[in-house]
Structure formats: C-alpha cells, structure tokens
Design a protein around this ligand. Structure first.
Ligand SMILES: [Zn+2]
Length: 499
C-alpha cells in the first residue's frame, strides 16, 4: 500500500510535466511558423539589409544584443572602428593604448596610418562622436580598397555609373567627392539597395547601410586584394637619350621588384601605386641626379609624387639604382617634416635594403663596406653619410613584429600621423622622437643607440651580413607577382663583385 500511494502522485506529476512540455513545444512550433525568430527583434527576415546585418554580426564587425537599431545612425568613429578591427587587426594590435584618450583613438590612428581617414587625425578625433555622412563613408571605402591593392574601375566605368545617379549634379558642386562617389557606384557597392539611385551625400549613414557597406567591401577585398596590376610605371620624357643598352628595361624591372616592397612596408592608400618617371637632361635638374617631386591633385586632395632621372648621370653610372632611392622618397611622402638626416638616410636605406641587398644582381661596390670601417664609426646626422648600416642595425635589434612596430616603422608612422615634426638634428633633442625611442628601445635618444652601435662594431659583437633572417622580412615577402628577396650574404656579394 505504502508503495502505491507514493507512486501514484509521482506518475500524475510526470504526466502533468509531459503535458506542459507538449504545450510549450506546440506553442513554439506554432510561433515559429508564424514568424521565424531572428537574432535581432528589430531586424525581420524580410528587411532589405537582413543578410548584411547577419554577416556583419557573425564576422564581428558590428554588435548588438536583441536590438540592432538598423535605422539608427552610426558615428564616424564607430564606422571606422568596424572596418579597422575586421580589415586591419595586424595593425590595430601595434597601437599603443593611452588611457586618457577616447576609446576610438587606436582605430583612428590605424586608419590614419593606412591613409583612409577623410581628414587629419586630430580633426577626425574631434569628429569621432558625430554621425557619419554618406560622403565620408564612400571616401573611406574607396581608400580602403586602394590600400588593399584592389584594382578600381576605369574612368569609362565611372562615367557610365554616374549617369545613373539622379543627384549627380549635387555631387559635382564639390569636385572633391566625385572621384569617390563615382568609384563606389561603378564598383556596385550600392546595387540593389532601396533608394540608392539618389546618393544624398549629406545624409547620415544608418547602421543597416554600414553593415551593407562592410559586406560589399569584404567581398571585394576577398576577391581582389593584392592585385599586381595596381603597380605601374609610366615613362615620360626623353628615354631615348639614355644610350646604355637595356637601361629602360632594367629601370622597369627595378620598379616592379622594389616598389611593391617599399610600398608594403611604408606605403598606404595616400601613396599612389602608379608612378610617372621622367628622363630629363641635367640642365633641367639643377645639381640632382635623381629627384622626387610632387604636384597637388585638387580632385583627390593628395600630393601626387613623380620621379625624374638625369640622362647624363644614367649614361655615366647606370648601376647606381637611384630609382630605388627616389621610390623610397615616394613612400615617405612627408609633407612638413624638418629633417637634417632622417629623410635622405631612410631613402638610402630603402635602396640598400630592398634593392642592393635584396637581390644579388643589384649589388654594387658602392654598397659594400668592411666592418668596422672608419666611415661607419664616424657617421653623424648628415644627409648623405653611411647611415644604412646603422638603420640595418636598428631593424635587426628593434624590428617590427606581429604585435608591435620596431623603431624605424614607429618613427615613420609618427611622421605620417603628423605627430613627429623633426628628426632632432645633430643634438637629438626632439622630445616626441626621444619618447618613441625610449618606448621601443629603452634608450633615451637615437644618439645613445648610435654609440651602442659604434661600440658593437668595434667590439665585433655585431656585424652586417645581409638581411637573411631579419624578423621584419615578413612585411616584404610573398607579395603578389614579386620574387622574394634572395638575401645575399657578404661572402656571396664579395664573390659576385670580384667576378
Ligand atoms: Zn634623396
């Protein structure tokens, strides 16, 4: 008896639980048939941007819990942060985080480094919490694609695309935006989006539109990044006046080998990949044998660099490889930097590292020094001394790695962000520069590093033997359509030069 009385209520309870479960299950399945449950309450499955929002969410580009607010606006900083964290995690991780700055400082700094901001870094920082305009959105997208070496539409494709924009006359009122709006339309970024035949440049971007932009950019980057056709040399001037056989061909080869390397390390969206190179007579070049100059492109608000090579010098010294030196000036593209030594020596180093000591055939006795050599020991902050070996030392000791910038790159990007205004001259007293040096090397300034380098040469605790095994080689290897450097050693170069 006792057993049964206990058992009966138990089985009744089980039946009741099963019944409830069944009701709940039925409720859910009826509900599911009526309207499928979506990730966000305010993004129904038939919403035009549903798929874009799903993808942006699963890729980690945009977040939200329950509510996405697709029609809500997105701020300038949020839009940039969305792109930076998904397309530049390798660069974002290298930024120093300063607790006193806005949360978005590392994102905007990375975007500034990549040349994709629509204004200076400080102006963009002030503007971070404002809703972003569609004009800004298209410019940022187009610059990001340029930075990823995606080949952009032709002028003809752009002309066809703009003929379909109903308010193109409005876009034309400010010349500056035409290039970006036309490119974005020609790339089909807005295809199929309701209402996009009218651009409405001054309207704010919604979160749904931001998700759409992210997905379209993501597809284009996946399909077309690192396109080797991005790089192009255009010969101008009197190349026939250079009589050394095969000179023009060797310049062409040097360009397609060295420029992608220089660009991969120090370039960004603001540095053109199509470069005009002029052959000019000495009379047109003053004292220079090679020149980098720039003209201001009103339409893109960019300094567009071009190079000139002296015909008489090329005929006399065809193996000097001045193109690589000038191409390093192109990727520097420093606008208002005061330099007594950095600019010229870095240009020398670009040539030294990514041409002369990258591939044996570019080697010349000019680039060969025994260590220690008096010229290396006495090097001091002048524009044309033997600093390449010191810079090689710095890259060896304080390299850029997966997670942080080395000394040379940290200086370069600080100049490009307009944070560093001078190279400290002979006295090395620039506070910003010294701060960078301290942060990365622990030494108070470059001069202390130079003395250390000098001592290491004397003690023979460091010597240059080519760039094989340098930690930062990953930056300039495995580039599309460019051979990896062969990194000749001293022994190989000696043997090559004595032939
Ligand atoms: Zn120079």
């Amino acid at each position: 008896m006792k057993k049964i009385t206990v058992w009966r209520p138990a089985i009744t309870r089980i039946c009741a639980i099963l019944l409830i479960l069944e009701i709940i299950f039925e409720y859910f399945s009826i509900n599911a048939m009526a309207a499928p449950k979506t990730r966000f309450k305010d993004v129904p499955i038939d919403y035009w941007a549903y798929n874009y929002i799903e993808k942006a969410y699963t890729d980690g580009a945009l977040d939200g819990t329950d509510i996405f607010s697709p029609e809500g606006s997105i701020t300038y900083a949020e839009f940039v942060a969305m792109l930076i964290k998904t397309f530049y995690p390798d660069r974002l991780i290298k930024q120093f985080v300063n607790e006193n700055e806005e949360w978005y400082a590392p994102y905007l700094k990375t975007a500034c480094e990549r040349g994709i901001l629509t204004n200076t870094l400080s102006a963009s920082m002030d503007y971070g919490n404002h809703a972003i305009y569609r004009y800004d959105m298209v410019q940022i997208i187009v610059k990001l694609l340029e930075d990823k070496c995606v080949v952009l539409p032709s002028r003809q494709q752009m002309d066809i695309a703009v003929s379909q924009i109903s308010d193109w006359n409005k876009v034309q009122e400010d010349k500056y935006w035409q290039y970006y709006v036309a490119n974005a339309y020609a790339m089909g970024i807005f295809d199929g989006v309701p209402g996009w035949k009218t651009f409405h440049g001054a309207k704010n971007v919604t979160r749904a539109e931001a998700a759409m932009a992210y997905v379209r950019v993501s597809e284009m980057v996946t399909a077309g990044q690192n396109d080797s056709r991005s790089f192009q040399i255009i010969f101008e001037g009197d190349w026939n006046a250079i009589t050394v056989s095969g000179y023009k061909e060797s310049i062409e080869k040097e360009f397609y080998t060295v420029y992608p390397r220089l660009w991969a390390r120090w370039g960004n969206a603001a540095i053109p990949k199509i470069i005009h190179v002029y052959a000019k007579h000495q009379t047109e070049m003053g004292n220079a044998v090679g020149l980098k100059q720039a003209i201001y492109d009103e339409e893109q608000r960019l300094w567009y660099p071009y190079i000139s090579i002296c015909i008489e010098f090329a005929n006399e010294s065809p193996k000097e490889r001045i193109l690589s030196h000038e191409l390093t000036h192109v990727v520097q593209n420093y606008i208002s930097f005061q330099s007594t030594w950095w600019v010229e020596n870095m240009a020398g180093y670009g040539r030294f590292r990514y041409c002369a000591w990258a591939d044996k055939e570019y080697m010349d006795s000019f680039d060969f020094y025994d260590m220690p050599d008096e010229a290396l020991l006495t090097w001091k902050y002048s524009p044309n001394d033997k600093c390449h070996w010191f810079l090689a030392y710095l890259d060896n000791k304080y390299p850029t790695t997966d997670t942080q910038y080395g000394l040379i790159d940290a200086i370069h990007w600080a100049i490009r962000r307009d944070e560093l205004k001078t190279d400290g001259g002979i006295v090395q007293n620039d506070e910003t520069l010294n701060q960078i040096v301290k942060q990365i090397t622990g030494y108070g300034n470059i001069e202390l590093l130079r003395q250390q380098y000098r001592q290491e040469l004397i003690n023979k605790t460091w010597a240059f033997n080519g760039f094989y095994g340098y930690v930062d080689n990953y930056l300039t290897e495995n580039l599309s359509a460019v051979n990896n450097p062969s990194y000749p050693t001293i022994q190989e170069v000696k043997a090559y030069l004595s032939k």
